[in-house]
Design a binder for this molecule. Structure first.
Ligand code: MGP
Length: 224
């Protein structure tokens, strides 16, 4: 099922999607008893099941072992239940990450769904933690669970938010760093939905380049 970001945001506050007042009233009045219209009882399914991960480095554990699976969900309502329950990214400790990936994909380069892919990277400056980070992260999540990249949505594996002292980062991970058309469509959709105009650039990097990183910079395949 495809959901627009606007529709998903409405559902956060109202919990259901019916605008049809007569339908609601009918449900209430039927049989002289107060009943609820069927549309208000069902949970609204997402196209995919998604898993939220949390990362906090601990000195005696490997990077991989510090990735902890928090919960999975496959309905709009369960997404908001989880999202509203956890700390916003801006309140995480420096060094922590949230990742949200399709179920069955681990938030790491080594996963077979990620290893040939790359990420669209949004670098924020220190001030933008309080002004942009939470909103950008939420918009990225809504784009993903709403399958808003249309025929390119299958290329999306997940997204990561890194809370870092030098500046926070949001990465949207895609499956194949050679699928230029999908990569560009996904990047353009992120840029327009997040209303990232000229003050922030998006860079696409292959994971293979990130893994081989020696200096401070990683080669970008695309910039928007
Ligand atoms: P990071 O957490 O993605 O970014 O990678 P950070 O902390 O801003 O550091 P920078 O190097 O981008 O400036 C930090 C380190 O975590 C990497 O250098 C790797 O050692 C490790 N790491 C990150 N990722 C995404 C992976 C991964 O997918 N697999 C493994 N094995 N290690 C990773």
């Amino acid at each position: 099922m495809l959901w627009t970001s606007e529709c998903l945001i409405c559902s956060r506050y109202f919990g259901h999607f019916t605008n049809d007042k007569s339908q609601q009233k009918k449900g209430e009045e039927e049989g002289g008893q107060k009943t609820v219209a069927p549309d208000m009882l069902i949970k609204h399914p997402l196209q995919n099941t998604w898993t939220l991960w949390f990362f906090k480095i601990e000195s005696n554990r490997s990077w991989e072992d510090c990735q902890v699976e928090i919960a999975s969900f496959n309905t709009v309502e369960d997404f908001w239940a989880l999202y509203n329950h956890i700390e916003p990214a801006s309140r995480l400790k420096v060094g922590c990450d949230y990742s949200m990936f399709k179920q069955g994909i681990k938030p790491m380069w080594e996963d077979e769904h990620n290893c040939r892919g790359g990420r669209w990277l949004i670098n924020l400056n220190k001030q933008q933690r309080s002004t942009e980070l939470d909103n950008f992260w939420m918009e990225v999540l809504l784009l993903m669970i709403g399958e808003s990249f249309e025929e390119h949505s299958d290329e999306v594996c997940g997204a990561v938010v890194n809370v870092r002292g030098k500046g926070d980062k949001i990465g949207v991970w895609t499956a194949d760093a050679k699928k230029n058309d999908s990569i560009l469509k996904i990047g353009e959709k992120c840029k327009s939905q997040l209303k990232v105009y000229n003050h922030i650039s998006l860079h696409y990097q292959a994971h293979s380049a990130a893994q081989q990183k020696t200096g401070s910079s990683i080669r970008c395949l695309f910039t928007l």
